[in-house]
Ligand binder design. Structure first.
Ligand SMILES: Nc1ncnc2c1ncn2[C@@H]1O[C@H](COP(=O)(O)OP(=O)(O)OP(=O)(O)O)[C@@H](O)[C@H]1O
Ligand SMILES: [Mg+2]
Length: 479
């Protein structure tokens, strides 16, 4: 919005311009919006939102004193802010609605194509992969980290600079209607549903209801635009539309891993990455991604399908900077490998992570698995199933963390060594003592279990590097 004068910003936000721009050199408009006054600085529009504990509007003086371009607040905060420091001052009865309106206006003003990603599991990963694929050819901006809510998404849109050609956005789902609300801001040209599964099940009650919520993205697409969906997902079939281009991905889909043996790594003597061959309609795509797990390859197929809608066909090396704690593999001395997948967990992603452990662990398999939260009445069944799956994945040592995970430990039975503990702290102590040379250690549980301290402990004991903590600011709660 650099070129937007204060009057234009006010109009786009549906806000009243209380104080015009002070005479300052430089761009007339802001470069981005922020909701944390401590993060505000020159070029920023501070938006004061009413939160659960504090009303952000009270902090407008601090934001302006820090040199913010301006502030957008509820009318009752405008006078105090005006007296405090110079800066553009905008007042709106509902600052969140104003932020969203501003984002929608900026999305319309941008020449960019917008690709929106939702799904039960793997949204951020698919967003990161798609951004990497597109950025080879287009000036691409993606939602930072996990900014995917009714607050985070507008912030992500407003961060896109003028010259953006492709804007990749993550859309969260916390209940019916949320994706529709986000899609109405994003107005996507391409809508991607990564998958449908039992995540936040207690909110919606059934898989059909979860599918219907995800499908709000399909319903929001303009005729002639593109929907990317998993091939053969029966839950989405009732929601498909004949007036869209629909591209399916995954086994049996239009974009799928090509049959036959993968191209030999020896064909790429300078690189030891496993090459991946993808059939995308009538095109053959050959890639060397810096990841190999089956679920990330599935996300890659979704990304290739979405990129294809913009005419972008990738080839060669693909380097994706995944967000932290999404299955980061860290090698430690003694042939120990830590798979730090502690960002979140649900039945789908637990299954994927256990499959990945089974496929990629040369020695003993250790799984530190925490509770999967927010599953509703069927939670005990899902945890029993988890224990059975861990046994099938050849886990040699299971450390179950939390009251629900105890059920997984019971179902695991005598498939291997098994421990059940109550907290992440206890799991960290125990795992540090258990792990030995050659072990591959998967660490995964819902966010509320806080299993990162298990990874931190293992890495610290062995002098390994610590990954950065993920996510800042606004994001949807993740289970
Ligand atoms: N396609 C997939 N199928 C199953 N599990 C997956 C898939 N992609 C990623 N995962 C697992 O889900 C975890 C979280 O991935 P990611 O952060 O991309 O999901 P998300 O949908 O953005 O989550 P959130 O709802 O918290 O935003 C990963 O660490 C991995 O274990
Ligand atoms: Mg996410």
């Amino acid at each position: 919005m650099r070129a937007w004068a204060p009057e234009r910003v006010a109009e786009a936000a549906g806000a009243r311009l209380v104080a015009p721009a002070p005479a300052r050199g430089g761009d007339p408009g802001p470069a981005r919006a922020v909701i944390d006054s401590r993060a505000a600085g020159p070029g920023d529009l501070f938006v004061g939102l009413a939160g659960a504990t504090a009303d952000g509007g009270r902090f407008a003086p601090q934001a302006l004193a820090a040199g913010a371009w301006g502030a957008l607040v509820a009318p009752e905060h405008a006078e105090a802010a005006r007296r405090a420091a110079p800066g553009v001052l905008l007042a709106a009865a509902d600052p969140l609605a104003a932020l969203q309106a501003l984002a929608r206006a900026w999305r319309r003003a941008l020449g960019a194509r917008v690709l929106a990603i939702t799904g039960s599991t793997g949204k951020t990963s698919t967003k990161d992969i798609l951004a990497a694929v597109l950025s080879e050819r287009l000036r691409t901006v993606a939602s930072p980290e996990n900014l995917n809510t009714e607050i985070g998404l507008p912030l992500a849109v407003l961060e896109a600079p003028d010259a953006t050609e492709a804007l990749v956005l993550e859309l969260a789902m916390r209940g019916a209607g949320q994706i529709a609300e986000l899609a109405a801001i994003a107005e996507p040209d391409v809508g991607v549903i990564v998958n449908v599964g039992p995540v936040h099940l207690e909110l919606l009650g059934s898989l059909e209801a979860i599918a219907a919520a995800k499908a709000e993205l399909i319903a929001a697409l303009a005729p002639g635009t593109t929907a990317v969906v998993p091939a053969g997902e029966p839950l989405l079939v009732p929601h498909l539309r004949s007036d869209l281009r629909t591209v399916t991905f995954g086994p049996g889909g239009e974009v799928r891993l090509a049959a036959g043996p993968p191209p030999a790594a020896a064909d790429h003597p300078l690189d030891d990455r496993a090459p991946v061959r993808i059939a995308a309609g009538d095109q053959q795509v050959e890639l060397q991604p810096n990841f190999a797990s089956a679920h990330q390859l599935q996300n890659l197929l979704a990304a290739v399908a979405a990129a294809g809608a913009l005419g972008v066909v990738p080839s060669g090396r693909l380097d994706v900077a995944f967000s932290a704690w999404r299955g980061d593999r860290v090698a430690l001395p003694g042939g120990i490998v830590i798979i730090n997948d502690c960002y979140n967990a649900n039945p789908m992603s637990m299954a994927a992570a256990l499959d990945d452990l089974a496929a990629g662990a040369p020695g003993r398999r250790v799984a530190v698995l925490g509770d999967m939260l927010e599953l509703g009445p069927a939670e005990a069944d899902y945890h029993r199933e988890l224990g059975t799956r861990a046994a099938r994945a050849g886990v040699g040592v299971l450390v179950a963390v939390g009251p629900l995970a105890r059920g997984a430990a019971r179902a695991f039975g005598e498939a291997g060594e098994v421990h059940a503990v109550d907290s992440a702290e206890q799991a960290a102590e125990l795992t540090a003592r258990l792990v030995g040379s050659g072990d591959t250690v998967l660490i995964k549980g819902s966010r509320g279990v806080g299993l990162e301290i298990v990874a931190e402990r293992l890495l610290a004991e062995r002098d390994g590097p610590l990954g950065p903590a993920p996510d800042r600011g606004d994001k949807a709660r993740t289970a």
